[in-house]
Write a protein that binds this ligand. Structure first.
Ligand code: FES
Ligand code: FES
Length: 161
C-alpha cells in the first residue's frame, strides 16, 4: 500500500491505496464521489473525466498515486457558493443531456475547454469534445451548451500550491 495525500473538491484526504488503484476507483470507492462515473474503463468514453490541477483527465487512465500532492476537482466540486458553474448552467439551459450518464464527464471536459481555449468556434468545440462519447447521441445540444458557456466569463479553477 502507498500513502497518498490529495485535495479533492477543496478537501484534503490522506489514504493508503494500492499502487494499481485507478484514480476513478479511489474517487468513487474511497471518497464516495460517485458523481464521477465509469463508462468503459479503457479511456475511450470520457465519462470519468475530472480535473487534475485544473486540466481535464480521464480518471480511469490515471493512477491514484499519480494524484498524490495534487488537486482534483470532480463534478461534485464544480459549483461554487451554491451557484452552478456556467457550463453546468448551460447544459441545463440547452437540454444538453438525455440519460445523463455522459454528462459529468462532458461538463468537466467542457469546463476545461472554455477556460483554456480562446476564440472557441464550433469546430474547436467538436474537436475538444471528441474524447467524450454520448450513447444517447445528444451532441447537437451539447455543442450549443458549450457555445453558450463560452460566450460568458468562465471561472478558471484555482489550483492550490
Ligand atoms: S471510463 Fe474513463 S474513459 Fe471511459
Ligand atoms: S446523455 Fe445519455 S449517454 Fe449522453
Amino acid at each position: 500500500m502507498t500513502r497518498i495525500s490529495v485535495t479533492v473538491d477543496g478537501a484534503r484526504y490522506t489514504d493508503e491505496v494500492e499502487p494499481r488503484t485507478l484514480l476513478v476507483h479511489y474517487l468513487r470507492e474511497s471518497l464516495g464521489k460517485t458523481g464521477t462515473v465509469v463508462g468503459c474503463d479503457t479511456s475511450n468514453c470520457g465519462a470519468c473525466t475530472v480535473h487534475l490541477d485544473g486540466r481535464s483527465v480521464k480518471s480511469c487512465n490515471v493512477l491514484a498515486v499519480q494524484a498524490d500532492g495534487h488537486e482534483v476537482t470532480t463534478i461534485e466540486g464544480l459549483a461554487a457558493d451554491g451557484e452552478l458553474h456556467p457550463v453546468q448552467q448551460a447544459f441545463h439551459d440547452c437540454h444538453a443531456l438525455q440519460c445523463g450518464f455522459c454528462t459529468p464527464g462532458m461538463i468537466m471536459q467542457a469546463a476545461d475547454l472554455v477556460a483554456h481555449t480562446p476564440d472557441l468556434t464550433e469546430e474547436k468545440i467538436r474537436e475538444g469534445m471528441e474524447g467524450n462519447l454520448c450513447r444517447c447521441t445528444g451532441y447537437h445540444n451539447i455543442v450549443r451548451a458549450v457555445q453558450q458557456a463560452a460566450a460568458q466569463p468562465v471561472p478558471v479553477m484555482e489550483v492550490q500550491p
